[in-house]
Design a protein around this ligand. Structure first.
Ligand SMILES: C=C(O[C@@H]1C=C(C(=O)O)C=C[C@H]1O)C(=O)O
Length: 363
């Protein structure tokens, strides 16, 4: 008994010693990051370098001999780099608020938690904040694997001077939240239209008589559910604790692997297109002349140059005609000759051509 106790205390002493060393090393690292910050300020270059951060993580994961798992290494260093970056200059990140939204979770997953939060009331406001300079970056959902595209985000990307510099994919679990712990007496379910749509099968089966009320965000639905015992929200566990609600039912989304993809956006002067990371993507919006075979024609250069298309969406051009904008994602980076050649040929066939961004593919 006493040996176990001794061993335990010895082990704890060893951990304390390692922690002291780690702390000293982390502060040494932070000191270097501070110096990098001074150099960047002197030359006016951006603080955030996503391709460098991706490189740091890739190198450490390759060198990792365990027992820490590769994904732990990524999570830990994302936070370390977030804290180091914040010493250079805190990044202000706009997203659909209030606190507790999946957009906030996506922002923290991408930038780490050492950021200045700029919660916004809707997607338009996120774009506005990043354009006007009240935020350095915005994070907006663009696509859900069960509900399809987030149309407002796509339409805003078309008109905006912001470009995409990164993406995050988040496993989205929706919970039914309310003041009590049961399904009895729920009259209204409040959530963002996307969440209501992602849970429609469950709602029809289990709460067929409840009114579904669309609100500006899931966290806003949760906030309102905390004001009325006959109301329920659909939101994250984080929102439940934020507003003092019970999780009445866990994971009510119709698709168990419900994922949402978020785009990280900023002005080109805040951060230029990240350099090639080895796993990159180019996002474009194009339109083609209204003639037979025009859509087919734009696919030809991709095939000719061996470039894979990972996404093809259309949105009405709102011209009063049956015209469309096509949102296309291609695999690769324009610094690769075959990608540059495909883009050049593609552009020559388009009536409208806009590169939304080039960025490392998200996890
Ligand atoms: C330290 C730097 O600045 C930031 C912080 C990084 C880090 O902590 O490793 C890496 C890239 C930048 O986002 C750098 O550019 O090297």
């Amino acid at each position: 008994m006493s040996t176990t106790k001794k061993n335990l205390s010895q082990l704890r002493a060893a951990i304390d010693e390692v922690d002291r060393e780690l702390l000293a090393l982390l502060n040494r690292r932070a000191g270097f990051a501070n110096e990098v910050g001074e150099l960047k300020r002197a030359e006016g270059s951006p603080v955030f370098r996503p391709e460098r951060e991706a490189q740091v993580i890739n190198t450490l994961q390759a060198a990792n001999q365990g027992p820490l798992k590769s994904e732990n290494v990524a999570t830990i260093w994302r936070e370390i780099m977030s804290a180091c970056r914040a010493l250079e200059a805190p990044l202000r990140v706009a997203y659909l608020g209030p606190a507790g939204t999946f957009s906030e979770q996506a922002a923290v997953q991408f930038f780490g938690s050492s950021i200045e939060h700029v919660p916004c009331v809707n997607f338009d406001e996120v774009f506005h904040a990043a354009t006007a300079g009240t935020a350095d970056f915005g994070v907006v959902p663009v696509e859900n694997n069960s509900e399809g595209v987030v149309t407002r985000s796509l339409d805003l990307l078309l008109q905006s001077p912001l470009h995409i510099v990164g993406e995050v994919s988040l496993l989205v679990r929706h919970h039914l939240l309310r003041l009590s712990n049961s399904l009895e007496g729920i009259e209204v379910v409040l959530a963002h239209p996307q969440a209501l749509a992602q849970c429609q099968g469950w709602l029809t089966k289990h709460l067929p008589n409840a009114e579904r009320r669309a609100v500006s965000s899931n966290a806003e639905g949760a906030r309102l559910a905390a004001t009325n015992p006959a109301w329920a929200g659909i939101a994250s566990e984080r929102a439940a604790s934020e507003f003092g609600l019970h999780v009445a039912v866990h994971a009510i989304q119709d698709d168990a692997f419900n994922r949402t993809r978020f785009a990280v956006i900023c002005l080109p002067q805040t951060l230029q297109a990240p350099q090639a990371s080895g796993r990159d993507c180019v996002s474009l919006i194009v339109s083609v002349p209204n003639r037979p075979g025009a859509v087919h024609d734009i696919l030809v250069p991709l095939k000719q140059h061996g470039v894979s298309m990972t996404r093809f969406e259309s949105r009405p051009a709102r011209s009063g005609q049956w015209e469309y904008y096509f949102y296309i994602d291609l695999q690769g980076h324009p610094s690769q000759p075959h990608v540059a050649a495909a883009l050049k040929d593609l552009q020559s066939l388009c009536a409208f051509y806009k590169v939304l961004g080039t960025y490392p593919v998200g996890e």
